[in-house]
Design a protein around this ligand. Structure first.
Ligand SMILES: O=C(O)[C@H](O)COP(=O)(O)O
Length: 309
């Protein structure tokens, strides 16, 4: 029986280091075989997951020897943290290791959507020359609104400033004298929605943030503003967003995360035919570089945890 079970993809170098020290089962497709997963974790002292493995209920009950969970990312909404705490199981997120990749995703989608010039490849190759149709907007002089001002949002903030943007943020969890406010002007959520040309979400999914951006909030945004969600599905009401985009009450959106993941074809239908929309499969935090950083951090942490046990 393996000491360490890894249920989703991880950098092979980091997996190799775990294998060199402990009996390790690395099966990146195990998450999709729940019956086998239950049996595999039975004797495991460490479990390593990304965001798809639900570390709760039956899985935790089956993992009777578990002492720690390594999370190859930062969101903990797929882990029953209270149940782990009650059993003395340590939960280790890869805090900070994918900040840069998410921040670059936000800047790239903000530029792409404001500029609006990058979706014409087929037309241009086909002999069309739609110059006037593709006159887009610049980041410079626009306002970036960050909902949540944690470490990822701060990486977005200084990049936005470097592009000449004004940065405002809403974060009721941060004291008014917190040093993070050097990166952004402290505003209310309503103020942020009204002021911003780009609204980017950087909050975890909790009872307080579920459907935080719905019909009313979308209506408060500028009609040509851009919404970026690389935080968690469920924070945005996807049906309301699709309606706002279709009704041209919003300038565009990038969604990397969805209430239901993977997004089913049935749920995805609501986005069909909408212009200026970028949908990606929860990859904002995953680049070649961040995968190595995240995997190394979790491998080191799990090794240290097991060696001191
Ligand atoms: O929480 C995170 O950091 C993101 O969801 C990316 O993490 P993952 O790729 O491990 O799911």
């Amino acid at each position: 029986m393996a000491d360490i079970v890894i249920t989703e993809f991880m950098d092979e170098g980091a997996v190799g280091r775990l294998k060199a020290r402990f009996d390790t089962l690395y099966d990146p497709a195990l998450v999709d075989r729940p019956d086998e997963l239950g049996a595999a974790v039975a004797g495991a002292r460490a479990l390593v997951v990304r965001n798809r493995t639900q570390v709760r209920g039956d899985l935790l009950a089956a993992a009777t020897a578990l002492t720690c969970v390594g999370r190859l990312g930062v969101g903990l909404d797929n882990i029953d943290v209270d149940a782990c705490r009650a059993r003395g199981i340590a939960v280790y997120p890869a805090t900070g290791a994918n900040d840069l990749s998410v921040a670059e995703y936000v800047m790239a989608t903000a530029m792409t959507l404001l500029r609006g010039a990058f979706f014409a490849t087929a037309d241009v190759a086909g002999g069309a020359w739609p110059r006037q149709k593709l006159i887009g907007r610049e980041l410079a002089g626009k306002t970036m609104g960050l909902v949540g001002l944690g470490s990822i949002a701060r990486e977005v903030a200084w990049r936005a400033q470097a592009f000449g943007m004004n940065v405002v943020a809403y974060d009721p969890m941060l004291m008014a004298d917190h040093p993070a406010w050097q990166f952004a002007r402290n505003v209310s959520l309503d103020g942020l929605l009204t002021l911003s040309d780009v609204v980017s979400l950087h909050v975890p999914l909790t009872d307080a943030t579920r459907n935080m951006i719905g019909t009313g909030q979308l209506a408060a945004m500028k009609p040509d503003a851009i919404l970026i969600n690389a935080a968690r599905g469920g924070v945005v009401d996807e049906a309301a967003l699709a309606d706002a985009l279709r009704g041209k009450r919003l300038g565009g959106a990038a969604l990397d995360v969805f209430a239901e993941e993977p997004l089913s074809a049935a749920e995805g239908k609501r986005f069909e035919g909408i212009d200026n929309l970028i949908l990606t499969p929860h990859v904002a935090g995953v680049t070649v570089e961040s995968n190595v950083r995240v995997s190394d951090l979790i491998a080191d942490t799990v090794i240290a945890h097991l060696e001191k046990a």
